[in-house]
Ligand binder design. Structure first.
Ligand SMILES: Cc1ncc(COP(=O)(O)O)c(C=O)c1O
Length: 475
């Protein structure tokens, strides 16, 4: 092994890079064969007379890239199945002077368009003709006022159309003057953090929950307090146990992210009562509530009670497409001025062209038609996924919840590392999210979130077959 790694100090190439390249080359050239155990980082460092750090960094990168795999408690091995693109790139580039790869920012990869990518709608079913007509209509003759600075609250006709949709489809209590247009729900959560939270405040987040919400709320310097979720939604008893000083709780009542449960009516009322008693705000992230397969869509939490304690957040990312980057808040009256000022401070206003297009898309009925059509599409895709899971992954993967939204929450047997499964899925061209990554604290469950929105039935059937093969390899 040491003979394969002629490490040279002062060569201008970092030690970790030399070790990484040497191991990678030996694997690709077949000098180290699939399944072969490699020395521990400690032993290799001792053998090479280097510190352990460059060896650890090299191993980490090789693990990340799929050349090596770790088995808990039994060491590190050459991967059984090498990533295809690694084999294609079998000739390594000449060593270069670069900062250690582990220190360079990793490109963000949440699955792109790959099967099982969560939060991806059916882009192949998008009504391009109607959309293109509206884009062309407005782009062709943009009025000067639509080219100048826009209203930070958003375009009036779009706010009207959204308020109408929310009242009828989501049972939200609102008028257009409470609707604030922003660039997606992520921006809405950022805004809530800016307006409602300060350093040292406490904000409750669901556990497990949406990592993006934690990232947005954390920007305020507030302390994030994870609160467990059970089969009725967030545990309000646990919220009470936190005592006073909790300024807000961020919840996904229609379709809990990631586990999928819908908050029961009793729990919703308890939650509203808690917020009232604590003088706390409820941030309702209603990110994909329009699709529910086991009953009619549930009304929003905001529509219960007086709505004065709830900041409702919605988005077009799942019902149209994420790149449209339009979301909105329904702001309680007493907070409007603060939210508007914060929105203006953030980025003034949202691009007017897409707001014009969206306003017409909603007002002319395209949106309603699209939602109805997509419900049928997603029902079929969801069924294809469930059928495929039953056929290929039964006995290993248990479906936890498939009631709503664009992903199915599944559980892996105890002891199976979901991050490792997702890594192997990526090697085979699949996406998916490891449930354990949704925990702020120690992960209590291991599982896979499998998106079905973005792939047709045939693709999902094939993807579940591949997933079954992967799961049989990690059992
Ligand atoms: C629970 C949840 N909230 C918010 C978002 C962010 O959506 P947007 O694209 O509107 O920022 C997502 C996206 O996946 C999500 O899953």
């Amino acid at each position: 092994m040491l003979a394969l790694l002629p490490v040279e100090r002062g060569s201008g190439v970092s030690l970790h890079r030399q070790i990484y390249e040497g191991l990678r080359r030996s694997i690709l050239d077949g000098l180290l064969h699939a399944g072969q155990r490699v020395p521990s980082t400690r032993d290799l460092a001792a053998g090479l007379h280097v510190s352990r750090f460059p060896v650890l960094t090299a191993y980490e990168q090789l693990l990340h890239e799929g050349y090596l795999e770790g088995r808990v408690g039994s060491g590190t091995f050459v991967a059984a199945a090498l990533p295809d693109d690694a084999l294609r790139a079998a000739s390594p580039p000449a060593p270069e002077r670069r900062p250690p790869a582990s220190a360079a920012p990793q490109p963000r990869d949440e699955g792109g368009l790959r099967p099982f990518r969560v939060s991806l709608p059916a882009l192949d079913e998008f009504p391009h003709a109607a959309w293109a007509r509206l884009v062309a209509r407005h782009a062709r003759r943009l009025a000067p006022e639509h080219m100048a600075y826009g209203d930070p609250a958003g375009l009036a006709p779009l706010r009207e159309a959204i308020a109408e949709h929310l009242r009828t489809a989501r049972a939200v209590r609102c008028q257009a003057d409470a609707v604030l247009i922003v660039s997606g729900s992520q921006a809405a959560l950022r805004l809530c953090a800016a307006v409602l939270l300060g350093r040292g405040d406490r904000v409750a987040v669901e556990e497990p929950g949406y990592p993006g919400a934690r990232a947005a709320l954390g920007t305020s310097g507030a302390e994030l307090v994870p609160v467990p979720v059970d089969d009725q939604g967030v545990d309000v008893g646990a919220l009470h146990a936190l005592g006073a000083r909790v300024r807000a709780a961020c919840v996904t009542p229609s379709h809990q992210y990631p586990l999928g449960v819908s908050m029961s009516a009793a729990r919703r009322l308890e939650l509203l009562e808690w917020a009232e008693g604590q003088d706390a705000w409820l941030l309702e992230d209603d990110y994909d509530s329009e699709y529910r397969y086991v009953s009619r869509p549930l009304g929003a939490l905001q529509g219960l009670g007086t709505a004065a304690r709830v900041i409702y957040i919605g988005t077009f990312s799942k019902v149209l497409f994420p790149a449209v980057r339009v979301g909105y808040l329904v702001v309680p009256p007493g907070l409007w001025d603060d939210f508007l000022a914060a929105r203006e401070a953030l980025d003034l206003f949202s691009p007017t062209l897409y707001q014009l297009v969206l306003a017409d898309f909603l007002a002319e009925g395209h949106f309603g038609r699209h939602l109805r059509r997509m419900r049928a599409v997603y029902l079929r895709r969801r069924q294809a996924l469930l059928d495929g899971l039953a056929r290929h992954c039964g006995g290993v993967l248990a479906v936890h919840n498939a009631d709503a939204g664009l992903h199915v929450a599944t559980l892996l047997p105890e002891g199976v590392d979901d991050v490792e499964v997702v890594r192997r899925m990526a090697e085979r061209g699949l996406a998916g999210t490891a449930l354990s990554t949704c925990y702020a604290g120690e992960a209590r469950r291991s599982g896979l979130l499998l998106g079905f929105g973005g792939s047709d039935e045939g693709t999902l059937a094939a993807a579940t077959q591949t997933l079954g093969e992967i799961l049989r390899g990690v059992e």
